[in-house]
Design a protein around this ligand. Structure first.
Ligand SMILES: Nc1ncnc2c1ncn2[C@@H]1O[C@H](COP(=O)(O)OP(=O)(O)OP(=O)(O)O)[C@@H](O)[C@H]1O
Ligand SMILES: [Mg+2]
Length: 269
């Protein structure tokens, strides 16, 4: 059975975090699991944009990506990818680093209707894409050879133009195409919170209808929006379980969630 794990830059930043997650993934592989890993890198991209004098801009959790920003996104994500592949190999997992363009076809999104803080507006996101198809043969052949594909979300359209895809959107596109057993998004919050400053307001389980109401009220905002939309897409494609967990928690990050503890937030139809 195959599983898709996605981690973001704030959750698994730096060597320590990567080492910890890699150890856990290596154990899960030894237990016979097939794992595809997708990662983002939002905070690292922001830091590099600022270093190069470019102002980071996001709407509803999605980065507005002009040509210069695209270059930074590629540089930073490919570098995180190399580090994660190294960490996995050191932990004994046979990892293979890939750009999403190696295993998917994407299409540019064009101007998008975004709902933010209860308002709808149209925004040109620039070189931002979405997944239209997944090369299952390629991914399956890696998994069958016992490898862990580690994918960063720079896709390409049919003409080979690079596209920036939100990492959660990429994770959902691949999870949906593969119909994995479970998708786990490893992030930097305990789950969906009713009050972002109060961890005790974490929701253990939410339906998509409840999620919609929370978006409407502006309680789910920013980076949480593409995350829950990714959950919706995966569920609608037949992925059985989707949840988000905190990558900064003590102990095992994903093993417990896979065992069905009430870590994080489980999203159901
Ligand atoms: N209701 C909510 N509950 C929890 N977090 C929320 C909520 N609304 C918005 N958020 C924000 O969503 C953020 C997580 O999304 P974000 O895009 O920042 O990280 P990520 O997707 O894990 O990483 P990356 O973007 O690097 O892949 C949280 O840090 C939090 O600030
Ligand atoms: Mg994000």
């Amino acid at each position: 059975m195959s599983y898709l794990l996605k981690f973001g830059g704030n959750a698994i930043g730096g060597e320590e975090g990567m080492k910890r997650l890699s150890g856990e993934i290596a154990d899960l592989l030894r237990g016979g699991m097939s794992i595809v890993l997708v990662h983002g890198g939002g905070p690292e991209i922001n830091a590099e944009l600022e270093r190069r004098g470019i102002k980071p801009e996001k709407v509803a959790g999605v980065r507005i990506t002009d040509e210069r920003t695209m270059g930074v996104v590629e540089d930073v994500l490919s570098s995180i990818n190399r580090d994660m592949v190294t960490a996995l190999r050191e932990a004994g997992a046979d990892a293979v680093g890939l750009a999403a363009g190696d295993v998917t076809v994407c299409v540019r999104k064009g101007p998008a209707e975004v709902r933010e803080d209860g308002r709808v507006r149209t925004v040109d996101l620039g070189r931002v894409g979405d997944v239209v198809s997944v090369d299952l043969r390629k991914i399956d052949s890696l998994l069958n050879a016992g490898k862990v594909p580690v994918i960063y979300p720079v896709g390409a359209d049919q003409q080979g133009n690079a596209l920036n895809v939100n990492a959660d959107t990429m994770a959902a596109g691949i999870a949906a195409g593969m119909k994995v057993e479970e998708m786990i998004q490893i992030t930097d919050v305990p789950g969906i919170l009713l009050d972002i400053n109060d961890p005790s307001t974490k929701q253990n389980i939410l339906t998509l209808a409840e999620v919609d109401a929370l978006i409407e009220k502006g309680i789910i905002s920013g980076g949480m929006v593409p995350k829950v939309e990714a959950c919706r897409r995966a569920l609608e494609a037949g992925v059985s379980r989707v949840r988000m967990v905190n990558g900064r928690d003590e102990g095992s990050i994903v093993s417990e969630a896979l065992r069905g503890s009430d870590r994080g937030t489980l999203i159901i139809r």
